[in-house]
Design a protein around this ligand. Structure first.
Ligand SMILES: [Cu+2]
Length: 481
């Protein structure tokens, strides 16, 4: 302490001295709480996704037109890609509704090949699931289809084609659906959907053909040359120190696993695939495999006026994949100059997830397999590619445990259509999921309650190249015996 300051304190006595010290050594305690202020002006201007216009005046019905078509999209200033899109947008139109709403989609296919829409994670009736030649006929070029169902569960979902999917999804056909629960605490912050993906283009922005990389591409799973956040290279997000945002992250990449970190930051994860999990957890790093979702509260903690980045980090999903690319910045985070605010308190207990009753279960083992013969890659479930496999059978009312086994050299993100499941692992916080990573040399056990909605469903690896070369199966859910 300087001599004049010490003298001043002596002169002023003990009480004012505290004020003098505080002014010198520590920043002012925030006067306002996170709920007292709005996000900075234009905070999400570069990343906000466009909603589809709602054609229906009923507040409980979201009715939209969706057209699949090739369109020019600008992924970074001056770089235009002729992408495969919904309504000319990348990602496609953002569908946002509240739990219990009805969704009506007038779908038109203006692409040069047949397609369908699969509503990933949404518990739809079987005839709305978008699996070609099972739940519906393919929608041929020029054809139309009406999707119409109730959004029964709050959560973060997405939609994409279920035909020629490594190509169609890879060229840009993907979009988010958020089903909100109006009862969610305001403390979670303002919603921001971050749909992450990658795209294989050359340096002029021309999309690469679907067989890019040949059999090696099938085996490895095709990863794009550029990383995209909401269809853009390195967009900018504005934040205010302490003012929370609820990031709903969706991995729409064909094969790429994403891991994120940010300097001096912890994320609070509150949910995943199918709504909130049982308790929140603080994490320094987030990892999300293809088709999974993460629901996280991001609390900006950097000093006002600073600029930072969100960084993609390589993930080891087997066979040298972690060395395929160095870590890379994917979004600029600009902390505006406004005074910091005090972050809201995120509750620890979020929801009750009742465990599925496993007193009487049917057990199945599904091994995720890879065969390499004469330069051809064939994948399967228990050694059988989907085009030769017989459907697995379940009956309404049955509870199943499926043991997913992976002795192959790659991780596989396993997705089940139509039903949520519970991963049997005491180390995980309970939550409902529809996609789970099965790491190399591991077993993952999932519990499923086939409580309703009979029909032919699918399950597959969500590395879309793996599914396409066989790692997919059918499941016939039949009336109770
Ligand atoms: Cu796979």
């Amino acid at each position: 302490m300087s001599r004049p300051l010490a003298l001043l304190i002596l002169l002023l006595g003990s009480l004012p001295s505290v004020a003098v010290m505080a002014a010198e050594s520590a920043p002012a305690t925030p006067q306002l709480g996170a709920l007292d202020v709005a996000q900075p002006d234009g905070w999400d201007k570069e990343v906000a996704l466009q909603p589809a216009p709602d054609l229906n005046p009923d507040p409980n019905i979201l009715e939209v037109n969706i057209e699949a078509k090739i369109a020019d999209v600008e992924i970074k200033p001056g770089m235009i890609v002729k992408a495969w899109t919904y309504n000319g947008l990348l990602p496609g139109p953002y569908l946002k509704a509240k739990v219990g709403d009805r969704l009506i989609v007038h779908f038109k296919n203006s692409l040069p090949e047949a397609t369908t829409i699969h509503w990933h994670g949404v518990r739809v009736p079987n005839n709305m699931d978008g699996t070609p030649n099972m739940s519906q006929a393919p929608v041929e070029p020029g054809g139309e289809f009406l999707y119409d169902f109730i959004l029964r569960d709050a959560g973060t979902y997405w939609y994409h084609p279920h035909m020629d999917s490594p190509a169609q999804v890879g060229w840009g056909l993907y979009a988010p659906i958020v089903v909100e629960d109006p009862g969610d605490p305001k403390e979670f912050g303002d919603d921001l959907v971050l749909m992450i993906s990658d795209m294989s283009i050359d340096d002029k922005g021309v999309l690469q053909p679907k067989d890019n990389g040949g059999a090696f591409g099938d085996l490895f799973g095709r990863e794009g040359s550029i990383l995209l956040v909401n269809g853009k290279v390195m967009p900018r997000l504005k934040v205010r120190s302490g003012k929370q945002q609820r990031w709903r992250i969706i991995n729409a990449a064909r094969s790429r696993y994403w891991s994120f970190a940010m300097r001096n930051n912890m994320f609070t994860r509150i949910g995943g695939d199918n709504g909130l999990m049982e308790r929140s957890e603080k994490l320094p790093r987030l990892t999300i495999t293809p088709a999974e979702r993460l629901d996280v509260v991001y609390t900006p903690a950097l000093a006002p006026g600073s600029v930072s980045t969100l960084r993609w980090l390589p993930v080891d999903r087997g066979y040298g994949t972690a060395y395929a690319r160095n870590s890379e910045d994917i979004m600029t985070i600009e902390t505006v100059a406004d005074t910091p605010v005090k972050p809201a308190v995120i509750p620890e207990k979020l929801r009750e997830i009742k465990p599925i009753d496993l007193s009487k279960v049917v057990e199945h083992t599904l091994e995720l397999t890879i065969k390499l013969e004469r330069g051809i890659v064939e994948m399967g479930i228990n050694g059988i590619p989907y085009w030769q496999a017989k459907p697995l059978v379940a009956h309404i009312g049955e509870k199943h445990i499926w043991t997913l086994v992976n002795n192959s050299p790659f991780d596989h993100p396993f997705h089940l259509h139509g039903y949520f499941f519970q991963v049997q692992d005491d180390k995980r916080i309970p939550e409902w999921k529809d996609t789970v990573n099965v790491p190399v040399n591991s077993k993952v056990r999932i519990a499923i309650d086939f409580d309703e909605r009979p029909g032919m469903w699918m399950y597959h690896c969500h590395i879309l190249d793996h599914a396409e070369v066989g790692m997919m199966g059918h499941l016939h859910v039949e009336p109770a015996e």
